[in-house]
Write a protein that binds this ligand. Sequence first.
Ligand SMILES: *Cc1c(COP(=O)(O)O)cnc(C)c1O
Length: 445
Amino acid sequence: MQEGAYLRCIGHGCGLEYPVGRAGVRCERGHLLDVVYARRPPPSLKEVFYSRRNPGGSIFNESGVWRFRELLNFCQIDTADDAQCSASLVSLDGAEGRQSKPYRMSRAAEFAGVPAGSLWLQPEGYNPSGSFKDNGMATAVTHARMSGVRRIVCASTGNTSASAGMFAANEGIECGVYIPAGQIAPGKLSQAYQFGAQIIEVDGNFDDALSRSLADAADGGGYTVNSLNPFRIEGQKTITYRALEYMGWDPPDWMVFPGGALGNISSCGKAIMELLEWGWIKRAPRIAVINAEGASTFADLYNGGTGLGRLRWNGGSPDTGMIDEYYSRLDREGGRPATRATAIQIGRPANMLKGLRALEISGGVATTVTDEEMLDGMSIAGLNGFDCEMASGATIAGIKRLVSEGVIARDETVVGILTGRQKDAMLPVEYHRDPANRFARPPRT
Ligand SMILES: *Cc1c(COP(=O)(O)O)cnc(C)c1O
């Protein structure tokens, strides 16, 4: 089952193409790249994917990422040949993506104001390193290995470093992690140490850490595994595949994600774009992306809350001058992203343009929620017996907001992604100790 795959630049008027085996992850002009597949995978694969839920001894069937390997076959291997899979595909023994699927959460539905039967939440925190990042890290490290790389690097608000560190340890390669000093949840930082990553503390925020890490990679010091890496995006498409498979490939009306660097919505957008093109689905679910009020670059630009107009993908010709103007304004005013949901405390989302594309092809929306709303969202998932972190609470809080505004209709179906497990152990303790919090259950003495 050989099929051609290559990289194509998404930059307006650029369109440069590269072979898939090249180690660089961006266009030589600095733009984002897409992995493009020459062949159209047949919809009959739906049955193959389903049958692999009985893995028959193959870790690549057990993996929630590689179970869909025909749709991300950038290695161009014979996907039916277990020896070729073993030689090429990076997996934590099939654990990535294995536990994730949509679940019903009746209390979260009640909180959000939708009927219990029309809301599903998909806890990606139940991945081996505790976040959705594992879906994309399995594929990015696969590409790193394919390119003969011995050291991966990333900037991280925490979960990327945990995931990169975990796969690097398992593969026996080096991992360098740039983190904004003092701004990482303790549970994430400790994972990066435990997995043996080399931590580089940056005095600044995530955006500063990313520039440092990209400079390091450009100097030949490593292979970038942040979500501007198009192979991360390929693996994260499987989050959408698992949701759609669960729905019998009949898309829900909405898919809802928190927005940080926007890799997650970019992946969902690419998955949908391809499935439409390949004739696997007839209509797109609408993507809703939820920013923190204190880190709302994307929602500001998309909704025109900047006085600059509404930024759009515009069929591939976005007005990038608007983004430059927004950033220079931030710089002039000393504006720094500020939210306790550190996973989405990002001022300059690397996947801005792919994010715009995702909303355009899906008829999507962007909005914001407050820290207090995110904490309530996080807590109501807990009261359903599911564990998630504050940034994931944005998904539930965002659904609530969009329902109250009439953007999501009460009879529409919604799949929300809970992006990561709780790694800030004291946050729920603090929340529940304060009786002023909506769902608090304070301790008794
Ligand atoms: C990385 C991360 C996000 C943000 O995802 P993007 O793809 O960067 O938009 C949200 N929640 C959690 C838990 C994360 O780890």
